[in-house]
Each structure stands twice: as structure tokens, then as C-alpha cells.
Design a protein around this ligand. Structure first.
Ligand code: BGP
Length: 464
């Protein structure tokens, strides 16, 4: 009973501004928290990245050659407002105008993330998301985006992976490590981001009635390590604070009870001002975008502090003593970087999201980070990436056959870029960028084997 992919399915690919653009301080761009962050030793910074800022025409021509129907990218807040708020930087507006027009000239649908980790540093210095003024700054930024680009952009994403910013706050640079009670601070920031998101959703509906807008968390179905009730309870707990918290709020306008009681237990419930809940309840997203890399597996935790340790470098599962602890899933293979690979988990996640929220779903990230090798004759044989994506697309199709309303699939990443945590050697792209971690070489673009493969997938609407 296999159904085909819908006729107007958005076959796409993704990037984010700070990971691909470079030109970190050009044409009036202000610094973001990412620009000011200390980089792990041995990994590249984000100053030049893939130099997409200067080469976007060439890159978009390649995306068009691949047949992309959609391209998901983010706007750097600091190109539009170098200080987060105040004067608009016209050159930033120009850049994204040109980018959007270039995409549209090839009939590629722009899918725009408003904020992908790169908070303006000027706002961070005033307390970042702990300060309610950042909500106003975001609303003002959103108004500017809708005003300048809302006539052409139909798909907007509010905040990329808000849940990862909360669960891994210090890693992403939004959290000041000197805070007195970081956990409490994080959940206060979380509340403020929810408000900022709600305001952006309402503003979008007001200013661009033909556009659609949704959140973009990282969602991973959580498996219990066994059928032991304590493990199942742990999985339910973790899923409530890792996944559902970030969708129950935009969709239903409420904190789910498990997440709230978790925050109570940890002494980190946010302060809610009068009127906040009304704003949160008033904003309804049009679709749910989400990033999927792999599922998580957890077991019960008996207040053992070592339960905090993440498993391997599967960045996702940091345990909470007394609540849950991450474990490796013995049934899953891993990538070269230790991330579990779970295509069936993708189908499970899609079905769960569809039935919980009953909204169209858009996959905004999914992909394989690997050490690619440029071989003689400018060839990159990334069969492992093809294999990974093929299996996930197959499961997406099964989910559609199950009745899931999936409107698009944008793998990470359209082109090689700097990984958030692991530099340039961890590549995800369909297009190889000729540079090393520190040696920028000529930055030339080379189509990988997966480029030709994905082109064929799109041309046959997922039949091949
Ligand atoms: C997501 C982010 C992306 C991207 C991706 C891969 O969390 O939204 O920005 O970086 O993960 O992660 P990494 O680069 O750490 O391999």
C-alpha cells in the first residue's frame, strides 16, 4: 500500500547563515554570540566558512542543477541589525533580497529560518534571552523581515532548535557560564523565547496572510532501554522535556505537566508575567518543522551523579540524575562521529508528530556527518551518505503511506559547511567545498556522488 510522495513535495536542502556564509564582519555585519565564542581546539572558526556570502550565485546555480524545489537557509540577525536592534543595515537587506530573488529565478522556494543560534552579541551583553528586552528586539527584527521579504517568502521558521539551546546552552554560547543558577536561567530564557516566537507567529499572520510560519525544534523519538516500567517512565519524562515541551507550547499554548513538574523539582520554573500565557495561547503555527538525526534511548536513573554523562559523542543525551540516563542502543549502527543511525525511528517520529499535533510536517534537517575524501579527478564517492539518505527517504515514504502529512524534506546540508561543534572536517553536503580545517585552499565547489543521486531522487519525485 505504498503511496507516492505528494506532487508538490518540497525536495530541498538546508544550511544556516553562520555555518555557510563567512564574511563575518563585512558590509556592516555585527558580531553574534557564535563569532565571539571560543572554538574547540583543532576546529575551524566561522569567519570564512564556505564563503557563500560571496559565492551565493554559483551555489544557487548548483542547487538548481541538482533540481532543488526548496532551499532552507537562515538570515543572520546581525546583518540586518548589527546591534540586534536600532538602525537597519541596508547592505544586509540587499544581500538577502538578492539571495531570495536568485532562488526564485530558478523556482526554488525559499524556506527562511529567522534565528539559527546566532544571537547578536550586543544583545547577549545585555543579558541575552534572560532579558525581556530581547523579546522586543526579536519582534522588531521579525517585523523587518516580514516587511522586506514577506512578499516573496512563503515559509518561515521562527527559532532553530530552541530545545538544543536549552539542553546544551553553554555549548551554543547563549548561556553565560558565570550565572548563579544556570538551570533556572535557562528555563527563564526558554520562556522568553516562547514569547518571542509567539509574537513572531502573530506578526507573520498579520503582515503576510499568504505565508506560513512554524517552530523548528530538534525532535527525536525516545526509546526506553527495556520494558521495565521504570525505564519507560524515564523515556516518557525525557521526551516531555526534550521534545513535547517545544511543540505543546506553540501548538496548545501550555507547559505540559511532566515538563512543569520536572522544572518544579529542579527549582527552575520560569517567572511568568501577567499576560504571558494569553500571548502564548494566541499564536498558532501553520506547520511543524523539525530536525531529525536519530532517536535517543534512556533508562531509569537513581540519583547517581555519573548519570549526567552523555553517551559517546551522541551530543543529544545528557542524563538527569533521578530522572533518566542516556544509554547506547545496541540495535543501531553509528556514524564515524558516534551518532546513532535510525531510519525506522524517523518513521516513528513522523507518525508520532502527525498524530499528536495534526499539522503539516516539514523536515528541515536530516543527514550524515562524515570525513569525505576528495579523490583524483575531483570525485567524492560518498556512498555512505547516499545509503543514509536513501533509507530515511524510504521511511518518510512509509510514513506518508501511514497517512502522515509530510510536505517537504530538506536534508542537512545543501553544501559543505562548518559543523556547529566539530569544524570543517565533519561534512554533510551534496557539494564538496575544497578547504581544510585551517587551510582555505581555493574553496572551489565539487559535486559529490550524492549530488547526482539526489538529483535523480528529485527528478523522479522519490521513486528512485
Ligand atoms: C543541528 C543544527 C545545525 C547543524 C546540525 C549538525 O543541531 O541545527 O546547525 O550543525 O545539527 O550538527 P553538527 O554540526 O554538530 O554535526
Amino acid at each position: 500500500n505504498m503511496k507516492p510522495f505528494p506532487k508538490d513535495f518540497l525536495w530541498g536542502a538546508s544550511t544556516s547563515a553562520y555555518q555557510v556564509e563567512g564574511a563575518w564582519n563585512e558590509d556592516g555585519k555585527g558580531p553574534s554570540v557564535i563569532d565571539m565564542k571560543k572554538h574547540p581546539e583543532g576546529t575551524s572558526d566561522f569567519k570564512v566558512a564556505s564563503d557563500h556570502y560571496h559565492r551565493y550565485k554559483e551555489d544557487i546555480a548548483l542547487f538548481a542543477e541538482m533540481g532543488l524545489k526548496a532551499y532552507r537557509f537562515s538570515i543572520a540577525w546581525t546583518r540586518i541589525y548589527p546591534n540586534g536592534t536600532g538602525e537597519i543595515n541596508q547592505k544586509g537587506i540587499d544581500f538577502y533580497n538578492n539571495l531570495i530573488n536568485e532562488l526564485l529565478s530558478y523556482n526554488i522556494e525559499p524556506i527562511v529560518t529567522m534565528y539559527h543560534f546566532d544571537l547578536p552579541y550586543a544583545l547577549q551583553q545585555k543579558g541575552g534571552w534572560s532579558n525581556r528586552e530581547t523579546i522586543d528586539a526579536f519582534e522588531n527584527y521579525a517585523r523587518t523581515l516580514f516587511k522586506y521579504f514577506g512578499d516573496r517568502v512563503k515559509y518561515w521558521l521562527t527559532i532553530n532548535e530552541q530545545n538544543m539551546m536549552i539542553l546544551h546552552g553553554s555549548a551554543i554560547g547563549t548561556l553565560d557560564p558565570n550565572m548563579k543558577n544556570p538551570q533556572k536561567e535557562l528555563y527563564q530564557q526558554n520562556h522568553h523565547m516562547f514569547l518571542a516566537q509567539a509574537k513572531a507567529i502573530n506578526l507573520c499572520h498579520e503582515m503576510c496572510p499568504n505565508a506560513k510560519i512554524g517552530p523548528a525544534p530538534n525532535i527525536a523519538y525516545v526509546y526506553p532501554a527495556s520494558s521495565k516500567p521504570e525505564d519507560i517512565l524515564a523515556a516518557q519524562n525525557f521526551s516531555s522535556i526534550r521534545n513535547w515541551l517545544y511543540l505543546d507550547m506553540p501548538v496548545f499554548g501550555r507547559y505540559n505537566s511532566v515538563a512543569w513538574s520536572y522544572m518544579e523539582e529542579k527549582g527552575c520554573t520560569p517567572t511568568i508575567q501577567e499576560g504571558d500565557m494569553e500571548i502564548l495561547e494566541s499564536a498558532k503555527p501553520d506547520f511543524i518543522a523539525f530536525n531529525y538525526y536519530a532517536t535517543s534511548t534512556v533508562a531509569e536513573s537513581k540519583n547517581n551523579t555519573s548519570d549526567k554523562n552523555p553517551i559517546g559523542d551522541q551530543q543529544i543525551t545528557i542524563g538527569e540524575p533521578g530522572f533518566y540516563r542516556g544509554v547506547a542502543n545496541p540495535y543501531l549502527e553509528k556514524t564515524q562521529f558516534g551518532w546513532e543511525i535510525d531510519p525506522i525511528g524517523f518513521r516513528i517520529t513522523l507518525c508520532e508528530l502527525n498524530d499528536r499535533y495534526n499539522l503539516p510536517l516539514l523536515v528541515t534537517e536530516n543527514g550524515l556527518g562524515a570525513y569525505d575524501k576528495l579523490e583524483e579527478g575531483d570525485v567524492v564517492n560518498d556512498d555512505y551518505r547516499i545509503e543514509f539518505l536513501r533509507k530515511h527517504i524510504e521511511q518518510a515514504r512509509l510514513a506518508i503511506s501511514d497517512g502522515v502529512n509530510l510536505i517537504g524534506y530538506c536534508p542537512w546540508s545543501a553544501i559543505d559547511l562548518v559543523s556547529t561543534h566539530q569544524g570543517f572536517s565533519k561534512r554533510y553536503g551534496f557539494i564538496y567545498v575544497n578547504r581544510d580545517e585551517f587551510d582555505l585552499k581555493d574553496l572551489r565547489r565539487i559535486k559529490k556522488k550524492s549530488f547526482y543521486w539526489y538529483k535523480n531522487v528529485i527528478a523522479t519525485n522519490g521513486e528512485r
